[in-house]
Design a protein around this ligand. Structure first.
Ligand code: UT7
Length: 332
């Protein structure tokens, strides 16, 4: 019997209007445009302003645009998975809120949390439903309002993150789509990148607020090292077992956490930087949104049959690589 793959048949992205520049950050903490640019590659990031605006606002815009551009009837969507670590609330899931606002009345929905690897984990999960033949139209969203959990007095983290969302439509194909992947988790990483307060471990209290436990904490150097070795390892393994070389891969699509990490992973896999998607300078690290925002930014340059290698690394630790055969030429 021939195999069914989950093809991406549309992608859309959304970032909020407000641009937080390095120059503005220079006025908030002891940093400089020179330090941020040379150490991370980031020049600006987008911030969702306004009260009672959660991650769902970003996801809704991405899904609305996706439905519109692919001419999809919202009632035909059977499943929506939202990867996020900044859900609007503990429950209901942000996926439910996105579905309600975009008319997905027939879909069941859930959130998936794997930090910066969230989109890769969600895409893998969703693709299994298509490959199994049980689902025909599935949406995967990666969305994070990182500004909600960033301490804007901590120069080591506040310069890194931004807000954004991306969404893809998955449909069955005999030829294109998610061909292979390798994902990993290692709980030892919990000590280097985390947000301590607000869950069942340290429920919110005056004390957790006073101790700033509702913000991201990161020990950057060990995360940097683990990100480079983790992503390089899985990229080479996925490429090798699919007979891919850096000539036959059109694009490397890496998580956007630090330009130096991206450059090191690319050079370890012998990828010329011209074949690596990099938009960190515009958005910073948008966590679960980085990969779909790359696909969205590059959509017009992608061709049917292009081999893409997606890779990500994030809190947990979580990491992985995924081999995707692009399914369409963008109509001009
Ligand atoms: O997406 C999830 C996974 N996350 C990642 O992959 C991030 C991985 N880590 C990184 O990208 C980098 O470690 C950072 C960008 C977070 C930090 O870069 P670094 O080169 O590892 O810097 P560092 O933390 O070792 O700090 C070097 C110096 C320190 O000063 P001293 O101790 O040498 O005097 C810091 O205090 O740079 C200082 N520093 C800053 N200086 C100016 C830290 N942040 C800043 C800043 N502006 N914003």
């Amino acid at each position: 019997m021939s195999k069914t793959f989950a093809a991406i048949t549309g992608v859309h992205g959304y970032v909020p209007d407000y641009v937080l520049t390095n120059e503005e950050l220079e006025k908030m903490v002891d940093t400089s445009d020179e330090w941020i640019t040379s150490r991370t590659g980031i020049k600006e990031r987008r911030i969702l302003k306004g009260v009672e605006k959660g991650t769902s606002v970003l996801g809704i815009e991405a899904v609305k645009g996706l439905l519109e551009k692919t001419g999809t009837n919202p009632e035909d969507i059977e499943l929506l998975i939202c990867a996020t670590v900044t859900a609007d609330m503990h429950f209901p899931d942000t996926a439910n809120l996105i579905a309600a606002a975009t008319g997905l009345t027939k879909a069941y929905t859930f959130d998936l949390s794997a930090a910066c690897s969230g989109f890769l984990f969600a895409l893998t999960t969703a693709s299994q439903f298509i490959a199994a033949g049980t689902h025909k139209k599935v949406i995967v969203v990666g969305a994070d309002k990182m500004s909600a959990i960033v301490d804007y007095t901590d120069r080591s983290t506040c310069i890194l993150f931004g807000d954004g969302a991306g969404a893809v439509l998955l449909e069955p194909s005999g030829e294109y789509g998610v061909m292979d992947q390798q994902l990993h988790s290692d709980g030892q990483g919990q000590h280097y990148l985390y947000m301590k307060g607000g869950g069942s471990f340290h429920p919110p209290s005056a004390e957790t607020i006073a101790n700033k436990e509702h913000f991201i904490v990161q020990d950057g150097k060990p995360v940097f090292k683990a990100a480079v070795s983790g992503m390089s390892d899985v990229v080479s393994k996925v490429m090798a077992r699919n007979g891919l070389t850096n000539d036959s891969v059109a694009w490397l699509v890496p998580h956007q956490a630090n330009k130096r990490i991206i450059q090191t992973v690319a050079s370890m896999a012998d990828f010329p930087i011209e074949k690596v998607m990099v938009n960190i300078q515009k958005y910073g690290n948008t966590t679960a949104a980085t990969l779909p925002l790359c696909l969205f930014d590059w959509e017009k340059r992608l061709h049917k049959g292009d081999n893409l290698i997606l890779t990500a690394f994030g809190g947990g630790f979580t990491w992985g690589a995924l081999y995707l055969k692009w399914a369409y030429d963008t109509p001009s």
